[in-house]
Design a protein around this ligand. Structure first.
Ligand SMILES: NC(=O)c1ccc[n+]([C@@H]2O[C@H](COP(=O)([O-])OP(=O)(O)OC[C@H]3O[C@@H](n4cnc5c(N)ncnc54)[C@H](O)[C@@H]3O)[C@@H](O)[C@H]2O)c1
Length: 331
């Protein structure tokens, strides 16, 4: 049983806290927000004490792990301090994405978890759906043969114009994580961006990726569309066939190269995922299971190292925009 607290009690913090509270392997013991009203409202909802600073929380409460669900610039600028404070106190941390919008901070956070031998997870929740696991199984069983190429699309509507790189830094940890989940490390990236009329943010992105295993991939991303039509699409092709995972978890199809018979896996209305929030439930429950179960650190799914890896691709894409060239992604 893990004693946990959630730091940052906006909508996402409340989502984490609700999953902890429903879990048989976790015990939500406190909530923390620097905004007293927000902290108090969350404390009342969850029936646990409120703390108004991370230092006070760590001082007063016996904890095993925390969720850091703060936000900040580019939705990640406030994660560094509470994560580092929690590591200093010897706690395991599940941090929201992006790990940080500041790549130096992200590197320090991943290094600190290694140094302290603590679990570090990032809420890259989109991969925690049954059809993604099934598609991964097909890849591992060789149903696609040798992997050759992949296409990924992720697009939503987000008018946030607080910085030029908000879209790529805040949204695309998710899409790039899915790409890495199926095809591994990325070696080089060549990126093009544009701004929709009147926007400060580079709200549209096209990234060409070269993976370390030779796979070539493409990402289309946007903040100028309606996710109710379709949030994301992932296609992976190999020498023996390809799959398409449509709309996060709605439909998965295997297209064998040498047959016209398809395999289709649909999200069932009887017991299937009920909506986007279910991806949080799956991800956080997997985190609880791995941490409470004492999994080897290198097996933690969607780890801090993986959260760092996607930010490294993002920063290489921004460098590519400036240089006009393909840029290396640091290993
Ligand atoms: N995984 C997903 O699918 C997904 C979806 C949406 C948002 N997110 C992420 O969730 C995070 C939170 O999003 P949100 O919309 O709930 O943000 P929010 O701004 O509504 O809430 C963040 C809260 O953190 C508090 N806070 C900031 N620094 C603090 C500190 N040092 N100590 C205590 N409290 C502090 C703020 O007062 C605020 O109440 C962001 O990183 C965002 O990128 C993830």
């Amino acid at each position: 049983m893990l004693n946990v607290a959630t730091i940052g009690m906006g909508n996402i913090g409340k989502t984490h806290a609700a999953v902890y509270q429903a879990s048989e392997r976790a015990h939500l013991v406190a909530v923390c927000d620097m905004d007293k009203n927000i902290a108090d409202a969350a404390a009342e909802r969850f029936g646990v004490p409120a703390y108004y600073s991370v230092a006070e929380l760590l001082d007063m409460v016996e904890l095993d792990a925390v969720s850091v669900t703060t936000a900040g610039p580019e939705n990640g600028g406030h994660h560094y301090e509470p994560v580092m404070q929690s590591f200093a106190a010897g706690l395991h941390v599940l941090c929201e994405k992006p790990i940080s919008n500041n790549i130096e901070h992200a590197r320090e956070m991943a290094a600190k978890a290694d140094e302290k031998d603590l679990y570090f997870g990032i809420n890259l929740n989109h991969r925690f759906v049954p059809p993604a696991a099934k598609a991964k199984q097909w890849v591992e069983e060789g149903k696609l043969g040798d992997l050759l190429l992949m296409n990924m699309t992720m697009w939503i509507g987000n008018p946030n114009d607080t910085s030029p790189w908000f879209h790529i830094r805040a949204l695309h940890p998710h899409s790039l994580d899915i790409m890495r989940y199926f095809c591994g490390d990325v070696k080089r990236v060549h990126a093009f961006f544009n701004q929709a009329p009147g926007r400060v943010c580079y709200s549209n992105a096209q990234l060409n990726l070269e993976f370390a295993n030779g796979v070539v991939g493409h990402l289309t991303g946007s903040y100028d569309t309606n996710p109710r039509h379709n949030l994301e699409r992932c296609e992976v092709m190999g020498t023996a066939g390809r799959f398409v995972l449509d709309n996060l978890y709605q439909e998965l199809t295997l297209y064998p190269r040498h047959s016209e018979e398809l395999t289709v896996v649909r999200n069932s209305i009887m017991g299937g995922l009920s909506g986007f929030d279910a991806t949080f439930t799956n991800r956080i429950n997997r985190w609880i299971e791995q941490v409470d179960g004492g999994a080897p650190r290198e097996e933690i799914e969607a780890s801090g190292r993986e959260g760092l890896a996607v930010q490294e691709i993002i920063e290489a894409a921004i460098r590519s925009h400036h240089s006009g060239k393909a840029e290396e992604v640091p290993a």
